[in-house]
Design a protein around this ligand. Structure first.
Ligand SMILES: NC(=O)c1ccc[n+]([C@@H]2O[C@H](COP(=O)([O-])OP(=O)(O)OC[C@H]3O[C@@H](n4cnc5c(N)ncnc54)[C@H](OP(=O)(O)O)[C@@H]3O)[C@@H](O)[C@H]2O)c1
Length: 338
């Protein structure tokens, strides 16, 4: 299969340090060019990463007919505008999470995808990791019985005022940045959207971003998830699924170093309550490479996406409802905006 020629919008840290080097290891991804608002930056990154072509603006990259697909790791407020421009230039788009600032914007992106006839997806790489495929298999085999609850947490410490995460007007804050993972993966486990949600947010007075969010997601029929995400706490991640018979604990459910051995533990359902029955370890694998390969393969061969933009829309509806809930201080129906 001929590799897909990719172009990258910006010299973003996540692209430079993780996504581009990982995608370069995949046989179906040719990182053909990189753009920046400053051509010198594009040239510097291209020379470090061995990328052949550089562009001194995002427009210039989109105007290059050789580029087939675009990776968009711009700040959150630019995800939809530049993904739409890329689609209108005939490019397929893999766009960083969160796909948009809200559900309304996501619907505009869906329209652009359909109008332009290209693939557009949200880059939530953990869903491509074998550990999550295994978790879904265990759940489908009834290993934990009926899933009743999920508890997740994701946090780090970042008080750099110039970081995109600490700038409210460009889509900063913990809920967009890391709460979004908790929402995606709780939805992945329940294979359904939550019906209503409630949130408690601690806002940073200087950055005006959510620095600590606690949320409860009600999936109905006696099923719920809760999560904590914070941007000014210790670095931590974890997710536990509690069923009627047993539990599954995922040690590193979201982001992990490329040489990390992922681990899932399955509960023994004996006293003490957290005794482990089985531990499963996974060989290190690059989630970003798997994501890029899967997307490139679909560009070449077609076929349905496991995670279309309609799935990203479900996430944005939950984020919208959580922000509404923090304001109203009450439960908010997720589908209220439809
Ligand atoms: N999937 C993951 O594991 C993961 C991890 C981290 C971040 N992300 C996502 O990736 C995106 C970028 O995050 P990052 O930490 O890599 O950000 P970053 O290093 O600040 O990169 C953002 C880039 O966007 C360009 N840009 C255009 N307009 C800008 C503006 N007004 N302010 C700042 N930068 C602007 C800049 O590139 P030029 O100067 O070259 O034009 C900048 O380097 C975010 O959406 C984030 O959620 C995903």
């Amino acid at each position: 299969m001929i590799p897909v020629k990719w172009g990258v919008l910006s010299t973003a840290k996540i692209g430079r340090e993780r996504v581009i080097p990982s995608m370069q290891k995949g046989p179906l991804c040719d990182i053909h060019g990189i753009s920046s608002r400053e051509s010198a930056k594009a040239r510097e990154v291209a020379s470090t990463l061995g990328i052949g072509k550089t562009y001194g603006s995002y427009e210039e990259l989109l105007a290059d007919p050789i580029i087939e697909a675009v990776y968009n790791p711009l700040p959150n407020h630019l995800h939809v505008p530049w993904s739409i421009r890329a689609a209108e230039a005939g490019k397929h788009v893999l766009c960083e999470k969160p796909i948009a600032m809200n559900a309304t914007e996501t619907r505009e992106l869906i329209k652009a995808r359909d109008r332009c006839g290209v693939l557009i997806e949200e880059a939530f790489m953990p869903r491509h990791h074998p550990q999550w495929k295994r978790v879904r298999q265990l759940l489908q085999e009834g290993k934990v019985g009926e899933v009743r609850a999920i508890q997740a947490a994701f946090s780090y410490h970042n008080v750099n005022p110039s970081d995109v995460r600490n700038q409210a007007d460009i889509g900063g804050g913990g809920l967009y940045d890391i709460g979004s993972y908790c929402i995606t993966l709780t939805r992945y486990v329940f294979e359904a959207p939550p019906l209503r949600v409630i949130a408690l947010i601690d806002w940073d007075p200087q950055f005006r971003t959510d620095k600590l969010t606690g949320a409860i997601l009600d999936f109905g029929e006696g099923r719920q998830a809760n999560f904590i995400c914070g941007t000014q706490m210790t670095r931590y991640q974890g997710l536990t699924i509690l069923g009627t018979k047993s539990w599954i604990r995922i040690d590193c459910p979201f982001a992990m170093p490329e040489d990390w051995r992922a681990k899932i533990e399955i509960g023994a359902n004996i006293m003490p309550g957290s005794a482990v029955d089985t531990t499963e370890l996974f060989d290190p694998i690059e989630q970003y490479m798997l994501q890029g390969e899967e997307f490139s393969k679909r560009i070449r061969t077609g076929g349905d996406s496991m995670f279309p933009l309609e799935d990203a829309l479900e996430n944005m509806k939950v984020i919208d409802a959580l922000f509404r809930s923090a304001k109203s201080q009450s439960w908010e129906i997720v589908n209220q905006t439809e």
